[in-house]
Design a binder for this molecule. Structure first.
Ligand code: B3K
Ligand code: ZN
Length: 851
C-alpha cells in the first residue's frame, strides 16, 4: 500500500463537465453505464487515468467507438485511456455486486434497499472515474429497478422524468444542477414509509422535505423532521445561508458505517440518527439526532457549495461543520451543558489520539487509507480550531469572514488556507502564526504560575506552553493560543482574553486589593491541557463565583481529578470531608438541573487515563469507584431526596423535564454504588414510561453487577427483540455488565441469533461497548479482553475494514497502560498483523503502532 502526501498535490489535467449515469439495479449484477464529457486542460495531456476498484469492466467507448482491450490499460485500481481530442466523450459500462459488498462503501444493500456511500473514495467502486474532490461535474442519474421491490428510486437534485418499462421495471431520472465531486453522489432504491413536510426559505422559496424510513417507522421520524426545519432556520438566522434546491431528502438505513452522509439533496443516514420516540430513544439520542441532522444540513454550504481541494483538507468542511453544529446545539439547548459534552469528548478521546501512534495534524500530511482520517482530530479538534478563530475575531467578524469565504469560493474546491485567509482579510487580523494549528499535531500543555505582590498589589500570571513531540512529528513550535480567563476578587469577576503567541508570556494586572483567584481557560477557549495547581478553596470559589459555567464545572472536575490522583498513589488515602461540603453547596445551587447533573458526573475512565498514563487501569478504576462511593455515602440523603422528588413524573419532552431526568438518574447512579439501594433500579425499570429512565436503570444494574440484571434484561429483550436500535442498546448493556462471567456472556452474545458483524451498529454495540464501557474486564490481567477484541477484528478485517479499523483504536493506544498490559496488547496487534489479507485500513494503524 502506498502513502499519499499533501505536498504531492497536483491538479488534474482533465475536467469532467457532465456525467450521465444509468443504474440497472440487481442484487448481484448491477450494470452501471457512465457517459462523460471530458475536456483537456492542456494540449499536452494525452493519458487519462481513472480510478476504479472491485469493478468488472464490460465495455469502453471513446467518442462512440468501442475500444479493444489493447486500446486501454486496466489495473486493479485504475483504467488508463489515450485522449486524443480536446473535448471527448467516454462511455464506460461496469458490473458490480451490491449484495456481497459488506464493506458498505460504494453501492450496497441495507436490508431490502440499495444505497450508496461514496465519501471518501467509494465512487470508484461504482464506475471508473476521476474520484477526487476537485473534479466537479454535473450529474444526471437514471435509476432502473423492479417496481414492486423498489417503488422509490432516488438520486441527487431534481426529478426530471420517470416511467415504466417492460418486465415490471420502472425508472426515474434525476438531474443535479450543481456541479459536484463524486463523493457527494448518491443513489437509493427501496420501499419505504415517507414523511413529508415543507419549508419556506427566508427569500420565500418553497422546499419539499422528505424523510424515508423503513416501513412502520414513520411515527419515529417527526423529531428528525423538526430538527431539519430548526437547522434550516438557524443557518438563515445565524449565517444568512439558505437551502438551494427545491427538495431535501433524508433516507434512514440500518446498515451504515458512520452517522450520516451529506450527499447533495439526498442525505443517507444511519437510522440511529433519525428514528426516535419516547419509548425507544433516550434524551441523549434525541439530542444527537438533532445534532447530526443539523451537521449534514449545514454541510450543504460548508462542504457541498464549497468543497475540499483534496482529502488532506478534510477539516475545511468537517471542523467548520462540527463547529456550526455545536453552536446550533448550544443555541437550542443549554450552552454550558453542550460545551461540557464537547470538552469531554476531546479530553477522553481526541487527546488520546493526538498522543498516540496515529497522531496527525488537523490537516494530515500523509495518508494511506483516507477512511482512517475521519478522526476526532480532524472533526473535533478541527472544530476547536475554528472556535479559537471565532473567539479571536468575535461573532460579527466571524460572520463577515464566512460571507467573504462564500463570495470568493462558492462552487469551488479549496484549501484550509483559503478559509483562514478569508477570515484574516474580513477581520483584518494577522493569522500567520495561527495557521500552525493546521500543521502541528499534539495537544499543547500550558503550565501556569501566578504571583501576587503584596506591596505593589500587582498580580502576575505566567503561562508557558510545551508542545511535546508526537509519533508523526518530533519538532514542535509555539502556537497562537487564545486564553480566556476570569479574575475573581472581592470587587467581582473580570473576564479577559489573553493571547499566548510564544513559548512563555506573562501578564500583569493591577487593580486588586488581595490576590484574585483565576478561573483559567473559560469556555475551554483552546484545545489544551493545563497544569495549574489551585487549592481546594480556590476551586470551591471558582465553582460558585465564576461567571462562566464551564469554569464552574471544570473546577469541580479538577477536585475530582486531584482526589483520584491521591487515591491512585495511596488506596488508603482518606478523602477529606470538605469535599462533601463543597459538593453539597453545588447540589443546592440554582443552576439548571442538567448542569448540576454534569457537575456530579465524574471524569470518565478514558479522560483519567489521559491524566495518569501510563497507568494500571484496575488501580485507576478502583480509585474512581472509591471516590464515587465516598460521595454517595456523604450525600446519600440528598441524593435520595432528589431521586424521590423526580421519580414519578410523567414523561415530557422539554428542557426542564430532560433536566429532571438527568439529575434523577445522576442520583440513581450514586445510590446504586451502595448495596442498600439496589432495589431502586429494578423499581425504576418496572415503572419507567421512557427509554431514558429504562436505560439508566439497566445501566446502573450492569455497571454495579447487581443480581436482578438478568431478569431485567430478559424482559427488555422480550419486549424489544424486533426493534433493532433498541436491541443495540441491549447488546451494549450486556457488554458493559460487571460480572466475572462476562467472557462467557460475550461468547454467547456473539452467537446470539440477532448478532451480526455485518451490521456496523450491532458490531459496535457489542464489541465497541465492551472495550469502551467495560474497562475492568477489557483490561483484565489475563489479556482475555484484548484477545476477544482481536478475534473480532480479525473477522471484521474481511467483512468491513472500516469498522475493524475503528475498533482497533483501544489496542493501539497500549502505551497508556502498565508494562504487562502493553505486552499483552502488543501480542494481539502482532497476531492481527499476520492476517493473510490484511486490509489497508488496519495495516496503516498496525504499522504506526508497532514501529
Ligand atoms: N462526511 C461524512 C463522513 C464520511 C466518512 C467516510 N469514511 C459524514 C459527515 O461528516 O457529515
Ligand atoms: Zn461532516
Amino acid at each position: 500500500f502506498t502513502a499519499r502526501y499533501l505536498k504531492d498535490y497536483r491538479p488534474s489535467e482533465f475536467t469532467i463537465n457532465t456525467i450521465d449515469l444509468t443504474f440497472e439495479l440487481d442484487d448481484h449484477k448491477t450494470i452501471v453505464t457512465s457517459e462523460m464529457s471530458v475536456t483537456k486542460k492542456s494540449t499536452t495531456a494525452n493519458k487519462l487515468t481513472l480510478d476504479g476498484e472491485q469493478l468488472k469492466l464490460i465495455a469502453v467507448f471513446y467518442n462512440n467507438q468501442a475500444l479493444a482491450p489493447s486500446d486501454y490499460q486496466l489495473n486493479d485500481d485504475s483504467l488508463t485511456l489515450s485522449i486524443i481530442d480536446c473535448e471527448s466523450t467516454i462511455k464506460i459500462i461496469t458490473e458490480i455486486d451490491p449484495v456481497n459488498n459488506t464493506s458498505l462503501e460504494g453501492l450496497f444493500k441495507s436490508g431490502g434497499a440499495f444505497c450508496t456511500q461514496c465519501e471518501a473514495e467509494g465512487f470508484r467502486r461504482i464506475t471508473y472515474y476521476l474520484d477526487r474532490p476537485d473534479v466537479m461535474a454535473r450529474f444526471t442519474t437514471k435509476v432502473i429497478a423492479d417496481k414492486t421491490l423498489y417503488p422509490f428510486l432516488l438520486s441527487n437534485g431534481n426529478k426530471v422524468s420517470s416511467g415504466t418499462l417492460d418486465g415490471n421495471f420502472h425508472y426515474v431520472t434525476w438531474e443535479d444542477p450543481f456541479p459536484k465531486p463524486s463523493y457527494l453522489f448518491a443513489v437509493v432504491a427501496g420501499d419505504f414509509d415517507l414523511l413529508t413536510d415543507s419549508y419556506v426559505t427566508s427569500s420565500g422559496r418553497d422546499v419539499r422535505l422528505e424523510i424515508f424510513v423503513d416501513k412502520g417507522n414513520k411515527d419515529k421520524a417527526h423529531h428528525a423532521m423538526a430538527s431539519l426545519k430548526h437547522s434550516m432556520r438557524w443557518d438563515e438566522d445565524t449565517f444568512g445561508l439558505e437551502y438551494d434546491l427545491d427538495i431535501y431528502m433524508i433516507v434512514a438505513v440500518d446498515f451504515f458505517n458512520m452517522g450520516a452522509m451529506e450527499n447533495k439533496g439526498l442525505n443517507v443516514f444511519n437510522s440511529k440518527f433519525v428514528l426516535a420516540d419516547k419509548e425507544t430513544a433516550t434524551d441523549t439520542d434525541y439530542f444527537n439526532i438533532e445534532a447530526v441532522i443539523a451537521h449534514e444540513y449545514f454541510h450543504n454550504w460548508t462542504g457541498n457549495r464549497v468543497t475540499c481541494r483534496d482529502w488532506f483538507q478534510l477539516s475545511l468542511k468537517e471542523g467548520l461543520t462540527v463547529f456550526r453544529d455545536q453552536q446550533f446545539s448550544a443555541d437550542m439547548h443549554s450552552a454550558a451543558v453542550t460545551r461540557i459534552q464537547n470538552v469531554r469528548v476531546l479530553r477522553s478521546q481526541q487527546f488520546a489520539e493526538d498522543a498516540g501512534p496515529m497522531s496527525h495534524p488537523i490537516r494530515p500530511e500523509k495518508v494511506i487509507e483516507m477512511n482512517n482520517f475521519y478522526t476526532l482530530t480532524v472533526y473535533e479538534k478541527g472544530a476547536e480550531v475554528i472556535r479559537m478563530l471565532h473567539t479571536l475575531v468575535g461573532q460579527e467578524q466571524f460572520k463577515q469572514g464566512i460571507d467573504l469565504y462564500f463570495k470568493r469560493f462558492d462552487g469551488q474546491a479549496v484549501t484550509c488556507e483559503d478559509f483562514i485567509n478569508a477570515m484574516a482579510d474580513a477581520a483584518s487580523i494577522d493569522l500567520t502564526l495561527f495557521k500552525r494549528w493546521y500543521s502541528q499535531s499534539g495537544t499543547p500543555l500550558l503550565t501556569v504560575e501566578e504571583n501576587f505582590d503584596e506591596q505593589s498589589k500587582e498580580y502576575t500570571l505566567l503561562v508557558k506552553q510545551t508542545n511535546h513531540p508526537t509519533k508523526d512529528q518530533q519538532v514542535k513550535a509555539a502556537l497562537h493560543i487564545p486564553i480566556a480567563i476570569e479574575l475573581i476578587s472581592e470587587c467581582g469577576t473580570k473576564a479577559k482574553l489573553l493571547e499566548l503567541k510564544s513559548n512563555s508570556e506573562q501578564w500583569h494586572f493591577n487593580d486588586f486589593k488581595t490576590k484574585p483567584i483565576v478561573g483559567f481557560l473559560a469556555g475551554f477557549s483552546a484545545p489544551v491541557k493545563v497544569n495549574f495547581t489551585q487549592s481546594n478553596n480556590d476551586l470551591a470559589t471558582i465553582m460558585t463565583k465564576a461567571d462562566d459555567e464551564f469554569l464552574r464545572w471544570d473546577a469541580g472536575q479538577k477536585l475530582y481529578v486531584d482526589t483520584i490522583a491521591k487515591l491512585i498513589a495511596d488506596e488508603n488515602y482518606q478523602i477529606p470531608l470538605q469535599l462533601i461540603d463543597i459538593l453539597a453547596v453545588q447540589l443546592k445551587s440554582d443552576s439548571d438541573l442538567a448542569l448540576i447533573a454534569e457537575q456530579f458526573t465524574l471524569p470518565n475512565f478514558h479522560e483519567l487515563v489521559e491524566q495518569f498514563k501510563p497507568v494500571n487501569p484496575i488501580v485507576l478504576l478502583n480509585a474512581i469507584e472509591q471516590l464515587k462511593t465516598f460521595i454517595a455515602q456523604g450525600l446519600q440523603d440528598e441524593f435520595l431526596a432528589i431521586y424521590k422528588k423526580h421519580a414519578d413524573k410523567i414523561y415530557q419532552n422539554h428542557a426542564d423535564a430532560i433536566g429532571e431526568r438527568a439529575i434523577k438518574n445522576m442520583a440513581l447512579s450514586y445510590l446504586m454504588t451502595l448495596s442498600s439501594y439496589h432495589d431502586i433500579a429494578e423499581q425504576q425499570y418496572a415503572n419507567s414510561d421512557n427509554m431514558t429512565d429504562s436505560l439508566a436503570s439497566l445501566n446502573s444494574a450492569a455497571t454495579n453487577g447487581i443480581a436482578a440484571f438478568d431478569t431485567m434484561m430478559a424482559s427488555f429483550e422480550k419486549r424489544w427483540s424486533r426493534t433493532a436500535l433498541v436491541m443495540d442498546k441491549w447488546f451494549s448493556l450486556q457488554a458493559a455488565y460487571k460480572g466475572n462471567d462476562v467472557f462467557e456472556r460475550l461468547t454467547k452474545l456473539s452467537q446470539h441469533p440477532l448478532f451480526s458483524l455485518k451490521n456496523p451498529n450491532r458490531a459496535r454495540s457489542l464489541i465497541g461497548a465492551f472495550t469502551h464501557s467495560n474497562p475492568r474486564f477489557f483490561h483484565c490481567s489475563t489479556g482475555k479482553g484484548y484477545q476477544f477484541l482481536a478475534d473480532q477484528i480479525c473477522k471484521l478485517n474481511d467483512i468491513n475494514p472500516q469498522i475493524a479499523s475503528r475498533l482497533i483504536t483501544s489496542l493501539i493506544q497500549f502505551k497508556d497502560f502498565d508494562k504487562n498490559r502493553q505486552e499483552l496488547m502488543k501480542q494481539q496487534l502482532v497476531r492481527i498483523s499476520t492476517l493473510s489479507s490484511l486490509s489497508k485500513d488496519l495495516k496503516e494503524k498496525l504499522d504506526a503502532a508497532l514501529s
